[in-house]
Ligand binder design. Sequence first.
Ligand SMILES: Cc1cc2nc3c(=O)[nH]c(=O)nc-3n(C[C@H](O)[C@H](O)[C@H](O)COP(=O)(O)OP(=O)(O)OC[C@H]3O[C@@H](n4cnc5c(N)ncnc54)[C@H](O)[C@@H]3O)c2cc1C
Length: 385
Amino acid sequence: MTTKVYDAIVIGAGSVGVPAAFFMAQAGLKPLVIDQFASPGQGSNKAAIGGIRATHSAPSKIRLCLKSIDVFSTWQEVYGDDIEWHRGGYSFVAYRERDERVLKELLRIQQSYGLDIRWLGRDDFLEVLPDLNPGGLIGGTYSPGDGSASPLLSCHAFYSQARERGAEFRFRERVTGIIRRRGKVVGVRTDKGGYATETVVNAAGPWARAVARMVGLDVLVAPDSHEAGITEPVARFLEPMVVDIRPAKGSKNYYFYQHKPGPIVFCITPDPPIVGTDRRETSVFLPMIARRMVDLMPKLANVKVRRTWRGLYPMTPDGFPIVGRARELEGYIHAVGMCGQGYMLGPGVGALLTRMVRGDTTPEDAEILEELSPYREFGGEEKLK
Ligand SMILES: Cc1cc2nc3c(=O)[nH]c(=O)nc-3n(C[C@H](O)[C@H](O)[C@H](O)COP(=O)(O)OP(=O)(O)OC[C@H]3O[C@@H](n4cnc5c(N)ncnc54)[C@H](O)[C@@H]3O)c2cc1C
């Protein structure tokens, strides 16, 4: 065991762990981040397609993502790295009355939290999305303040700026145990050594349950896999992320947008879910999503797909993240179960974790932590996972 005592050891250099290290180091703390892979963001982070929205239905996620949008949208101006942020907005399409009803119900909640989101009837919606198939279109929601960025570039930017501020990272090193003494965390054991700390943050994404089990805790995170793809870059013709919540054979919703340098990036929610940690692409994904996308936006038939991949959502039973201190073990913090939104939640959660470690959480943080508590009932269900 090294003699240096870290202010916090973060297990996982992913969507949550890397921005957490950045905010900790910026606040003058000395964090150590440990990851089993060779470089930052090689778990779920690199599988994310880059969508970032604050338009959720739960106050905790809204507040965390408003902070994240603030960080992503100002990053280049403040820190100089281009992370390919683009404020194109988000749009949810409605071709069925039931989807119109669901989206309008959500809209009322979202507007009550002051979010800039509105319902657009067919013609106004077609002004925002002129290439949408107009047949049967009723309208949709539009939130112009949301956007997208590159999960690879932003993770690397958080990483390099965290290191410049004194955060340490250890790659190709697997955490194998959390060392305790008299009910308190005192360190972390890995396959290469040991490190001392009084605070450990489990930010292990899809592998979080195994990490929690190292100290006899159970955290209800189960990985399920989702596939995504990217096309060749084309001249900009599409502004917002397009989300279609209609189910079809083999899939639930799917969503796509035009990334800043021009490619269309797309992703689908398989139905039934494909539970497990297998990350090999399937042959059914591309034909399935291509048909749905071309039906919705016929112009897409002319764009060539370059690559597909498969990644893991760290899912919880209710679709909400699990963030909070363990009552059973002093010094242990859960920051897990980010589901399909860990990339957009990352900076917001990272800043919150920093305040938790420093012991200067605000009354607003207390409300967020209550909603995301590891000890909640897990009975509800997130409306837009
Ligand atoms: C196809 C797809 C599209 C997506 N699109 C979006 C999107 O548009 N927007 C969005 O917000 N989210 C999106 N997501 C979800 C997002 O990718 C995840 O929610 C997010 O990456 C989870 O972040 P995390 O930090 O919890 O986990 P990760 O990023 O996976 O980080 C966890 C890290 O912990 C490490 N680790 C685990 N156990 C150990 C151990 N014992 N020792 C050492 N290291 C360990 C892993 O190696 C990993 O690097 C998408 C996901 C997929 C699969």
